[in-house]
Design a protein. Sequence first.
Length: 445
Amino acid sequence: MADITESSTDGVTDSLAADLWERANDHLLRYGGEFVPLIASRAEGAWVHTIDGRSILDFTSGQMCATLGHNHPRIVEAVNRAGEEAYHLFSGMLAPAVIELADRLADLLPDALSKVMLLSTGGESNEAALRLARLHTGGFEVLGFSRSWHGMTAGAASLTYSAGHKGYGPATPGTMALPTPDPYRCPIRHCRDACDQTCLQVGMELYDAQSVGAPAAVIVEPILSSGGVVPLPDGYLASLAEMCRARGMVLVVDEAQTGLGRTGEMFAFEREGVVPDVLTLSKTLGGGLPLAATITSEAIEEDCHAKGFLNYTSHVSDPLPARAGLAVLDVLASENLAGRAAELGAHLRASLTELQARHEVIGDVRGRGLMLGVELVGDRDARTPAPELTGKVTQRCLELGLHVNIVQLPSASGVLRIAPPLTSTRAELDTGVAILDRALTDCTT
């Protein structure tokens, strides 16, 4: 893979890029730090192509959404088909694609999860889940992990503890944090490399002490992505589900990034044999288009409907994204992408572990399937955070033709989040690892 500095450009391309950046700086509101220093002209498969002729290997699947790769032919076909049918309807109207997608999702899930609402974003789907939980239980207290990310709408943002809390005024009343069960950096300084669930016991005891007697829900990710790619320890979700039942709380599992094959299972909660009361899906469902789902039981749906449940939005049950969702499910099944994620994920993890053996700055490699995290440290034994190094490595990777995403932890440690499309080839994964290897070398010598 050629270095970015070796790419061929001409005066016309340079002028176009300069003009676009000038207009971007003039008129675009920055919504999450600075923009990535490239302008994409198109994307295909695992690659993003820029206006100056570079090809960037995408190890983030866009915003972790393009699990089939960019512009998959079946997604393009679905969009074209929707153009012959309908893109959008009155929110109370239904199209065949919406009914079929709800039916297909229910068929994939345990019998207890049979009622589906189709929305646009993960934040929306979690907001709907919280509204269901509060209406169903009559309570308003909701717990989320201390390093969670559930969205930017008001209720979801109140439970997004990994970022964005300061400066925006009061959170939704009743929202509280549970310690994130990270055995590499134990939140209560109790465990090292093996969680014994003491953090869960302590967290629930703290909740019990603070509760005013209005329990509603706990919302969790099976792998905390923005929290540093932290998989829930074995047995943790089952214990949490039992504690929820004991307190009359609804268990909401947010599978925005883990659902539909990425971890090697169709749904990550299946690993524990736990069936949530409400499941939310988003990023991986739309194949790059905005599509989300909130899925619950018939009993909860009937109870909330009888109580007047209201979650009317402009794009609920839109036919266009539903067509894309059907295409995603078709490709997942026909190409066995969950199995492929397990196989390729094992290969990728082995390659990253081999890098760890050669690069002292790699403190931990973790995750499942094609959702992996690489935590960089200044000292491996002391696990000293190395945020500046992590930033330099991601910048050097981009210069060399690889896009990886850094997630910053409250400890100030940095984690490389690696989530390539499930359709990536082994050769593409090897190319990415080789670039990361060179970037680590360049930034530490």
